[in-house]
Design a protein around this ligand. Structure first.
Ligand SMILES: *Cc1c(COP(=O)(O)O)cnc(C)c1O
Length: 432
């Protein structure tokens, strides 16, 4: 529950006149009691800005910048090719995977860092379909992140509809659509637009009852949501290195595959790095044992090294604390938006219940794009998602409650003055 107990069991309009922010602790008190407050010093953050977009591109950990210098200067610059051994470049996909694993609730040997989510989904979908012979349907959600749908559509075109058929339904139709006709359930835990969070454990259990394999996209989960993939018996998952893991633009993604499936897994992008013994240069492909068979080609060492270093900010953290603070920040923001008459035109589309949401909030407004641009020009970085969503991410390792308070003040000024109507805020950029 929370968002002060769903706005004291809100009234019929959804806005609660009975809730007053005076009833809540102030930002100073909350910051003083924040067990993660010291983490901020591990990041480089631009002065004067409040960064509410760490769910899209995490900011730079200082350790990442240092590693980038070392990899380019010493490792590539001086040690050249000997670095594959000397600096263990060759082990990075596995060693970074092992650093991500605890955040997923995964025992060792089941996570590997490689490629992008899109490419990893292609590999996993092929492998999962082959493991469920006699079935060919991939069930997903209409408003899933488009790349998940596109990869499925591409595979359908490649294999033919009789071997792969994407069936996408609305969020509330998923459970009813789980049937013995479905081979694979492909879902994203936290919806990138609405912030709605699926119950992975429940859906995985329901899918397994019907003999369906599950693939979870954890792009907006990894690093902020407590995950128990082993315990929940998840089959496969993918996630992102550049969002809450702060690995830098274009950082490689990861694959999780439950150990029980490893020896049956055949993925179609058979490349030399996934070979049983790449440096024997044999003409026949023989997959590596275990999770390494998901590797394809040479890993992007510059960006994988940076992600490796960025992971150090999680070393002494507790995911339960991270989640609690993310919800605390989001509630702090949402309660004040919902109770401020000046902000009443912003409609919260993210569920109010903690259990049903990730660590971002989405509001709709017909001028969402322009409001977002006006906020950015005032140093509050949020983002816009078509057609009309204003999205705020609450990454808890570097944000303070005071930051949220400042962001709210700037937002209220923009909304009160309607400054977003200024023409320059409506010019569309290529990336939103
Ligand atoms: C960001 C995101 C991706 C990104 O996919 P890439 O192929 O790594 O660019 C995929 N899925 C979801 C749900 C995302 O939010």
């Amino acid at each position: 529950m929370r968002l002060i107990d769903v706005l004291m069991q809100h009234d019929a309009t959804g806005h609660s006149p009975r809730v007053s922010v005076d009833m809540l602790p102030d930002a100073e008190t909350l910051d003083a009691g924040d067990p993660l407050r010291g983490k901020r010093t591990e990041f480089q953050l631009p002065a004067g800005s409040i960064y509410l977009d760490g769910n899209s591109l995490g900011p730079m950990p200082l350790a990442a910048a240092e590693r980038a210098k070392a990899v380019v200067g010493q490792q590539w610059g001086q040690d050249l090719i000997t670095s594959w051994n000397k600096h263990a470049w060759i082990d990075l996909p596995e060693s970074v995977g092992e650093k991500i694993a605890p955040l997923l609730g995964a025992a060792p040997g089941q996570v590997i860092c490689c490629d992008s989510i899109s490419v990893n989904l292609f590999k996993l979908l092929c492998a999962a379909l082959a493991m469920n012979p006699g079935r060919h349907k991939v069930l997903s959600q209409q408003d899933n992140f488009p790349t998940d749908l596109y990869v499925s559509q591409g595979l359908q075109q490649l294999l033919g509809g009789e071997h792969c058929e994407l069936v996408s339904v609305e969020e509330d139709e998923i459970e009813a659509a789980l049937s013995e006709e479905i081979a694979v359930l492909l879902l994203t835990q936290v919806n990138f637009r609405s912030g709605y969070a699926h119950d992975i454990e429940r859906l995985t259990r329901l899918a397994h009852k019907k003999g369906i394999l599950v693939i979870w996209d954890l792009a907006h989960s990894t690093g902020v949501m407590p995950l128990e993939l082993d315990h929940w018996q998840v089959d496969f998952a993918v996630g992102c290195g550049y969002k809450y893991l702060n690995g830098g633009p274009g950082a490689p993604a990861f694959v999780y595959a439950a150990r029980r499936h490893h020896e049956k897994l055949q993925q179609p992008l058979a490349g030399w790095m996934g070979h049983h013994n790449p440096f024997t240069f044999l003409p026949e492909y023989q997959p590596a044992s275990g999770i390494k068979r998901f590797l394809v080609g040479t890993p992007p060492i510059l960006s994988m090294s940076v992600l490796d270093a960025a992971m150090s900010v999680f070393a002494d953290t507790d995911i339960a604390q991270i989640r609690a603070k993310a919800l605390g920040l989001a509630d702090f923001f949402a309660v004040r938006v919902l109770t401020n008459p000046a902000l009443s035109s912003l409609e919260l589309v993210t569920p109010k219940e903690h259990k049903q949401r990730g660590c971002q909030l989405a509001f709709t407004h017909e001028h969402a794009y322009a409001i977002c641009q006006a906020l950015i020009s005032d140093g509050v970085i949020a983002d816009f998602r078509a057609p009309s969503i204003l999205r705020f991410g609450f990454s808890p390792l570097y944000l303070s409650y005071r930051d949220i308070e400042i962001a709210l003040e700037r937002l209220a000024k923009i909304m009160e003055s309607k400054r977003y109507l200024d023409e320059r805020f409506s010019q569309k950029n290529k990336v939103t």
